[in-house]
Design a protein around this ligand. Structure first.
Ligand code: SAM
Ligand code: SF4
Length: 332
């Protein structure tokens, strides 16, 4: 990288080179940890058009961002998301365009996404038991998601990663089954601690909390976990299972604070640039765009927002959530 390449640096000296863009707040699932059962979604005029999302992505790339993830909500329920992916992946300077998906639409879209230049896929899968899968997602069908995972493998995506949120009393007894599933298919896996985003009434998050240490203890009963040299400069701590090539990650917002390494920001589908998952500091990029801003003005707005990035998050499972937006609004 030359010295003239612009960098986004916050007040604590952290370089931001990774952006998560939410392309919709909508979803065909209603996962119990992510949403309420009855959700009201945003009216169309409040959400960014695909062109606006593309413009924001390109501004970030010009500012030195090398990695973008499309997320939501379920990104694959947004019409023409493949065209957006093509436009973003073709922008010079980007090294990775990734998508996080619940897998339900992958049988139909995996091939087009790969052709559109999507580099990697994260697919959420919390249970391998059909009834339990439907109870956690409220509306999801396990078969459809497993078929979506197969479709992604068939079209040759490299390093597909499974994301599993582990809840005590719900699916902690599947930690080993999920690991075995991934080892048999050469998929990476990340186990995620639930975060208190949005007010839910399905369960008490303090009761279902399952720490990454506990997940590692369960895995250790059967496998030897070896610390991995790989780092995403982000929240995931990576390990290898002895004798297997897959990576095993732990995302531990409660038990292991990773804020000092934070290299990312998020943009909601309303165009709110969120500087931290666990804080409300934000800048309204939709207002900037819709005021008729030039590309330069958009870049200046993004650069000045870096000063708003807080030092760290403080999650507390025992009080009301401080963050009232649900994960589908945040762009997980
Ligand atoms: N719909 C897609 C999916 O489920 O993969 C993408 C969006 S979803 C918000 C992104 C990730 O956030 C998923 O892996 C999901 O399991 C995780 N997630 C959602 N709500 C969460 C919460 N409250 N705590 C921790 N992870 C959460
Ligand atoms: Fe939808 Fe993903 Fe949230 Fe589940 S976690 S409700 S699939 S956005």
């Amino acid at each position: 990288m030359t010295n003239s390449t612009p960098h986004l640096i916050d007040r604590f000296g952290r370089r931001v080179d990774y952006v998560r863009l939410s392309v919709t707040d909508r979803c065909d699932f209603r996962c119990v940890y992510c949403m309420a059962e009855d959700m009201e979604f945003l009216p169309r005029k409040e959400i960014l058009s695909l062109e606006e999302i593309g413009r924001i992505a390109q501004a970030f790339i010009r500012l030195g961002v090398s990695k973008i993830r499309l997320t939501g909500g379920e990104p694959l329920v947004r019409k023409n998301v493949v065209a957006l992916a093509s436009a973003i992946s073709a922008t010079p300077g980007l090294s990775e365009l990734n998508i996080t998906s619940n897998g339900s639409q992958l049988r139909k879209q995996a091939s087009a996404l790969r052709k559109a230049g999507v580099t990697r896929l994260n697919i959420s899968l919390d249970s391998l038991q059909p009834e339990r899968f439907t109870s956690i997602t409220r509306t999801g069908k396990l078969d459809q998601v497993l078929d979506g995972i197969n479709a992604a493998r068939e079209v040759g995506f490299d390093r597909i990663k499974i994301n599993a949120v582990i809840l005590n009393g719900r699916n902690e007894d599947e930690v080993l089954d999920l690991l075995q599933f991934c080892m048999e298919r050469n998929l990476d896996i990340s186990y995620i601690e639930e975060m208190p985003l949005g007010l839910i009434d399905d369960h008490d998050r303090a009761v279902t909390y399952c720490s990454s240490d506990e997940v590692r203890r369960i895995i250790g009963q059967r496998y030897q976990l070896l610390n991995s040299a790989v780092s995403s400069a982000g929240p995931s701590d990576y390990y290898h299972v002895h004798g297997s090539p897959i990576r095993v990650g732990f995302i531990s917002p409660h038990s292991h604070n990773f804020c000092h390494l934070c290299n990312r920001v998020r943009v909601t589908v309303e165009g709110r640039l969120l500087l931290c998952l666990g804080n409300e500091h934000s800048m309204d990029l939709r207002a900037v765009l819709r005021s008729g801003a030039s590309d330069d003005e958009l870049e200046q707005a993004i650069i000045s927002a870096m000063d708003l990035k807080p030092e760290r998050h403080h999650f507390n499972l025992h009080d009301e959530p401080q963050i009232v937006r649900f994960m589908n609004m945040t762009g997980g």
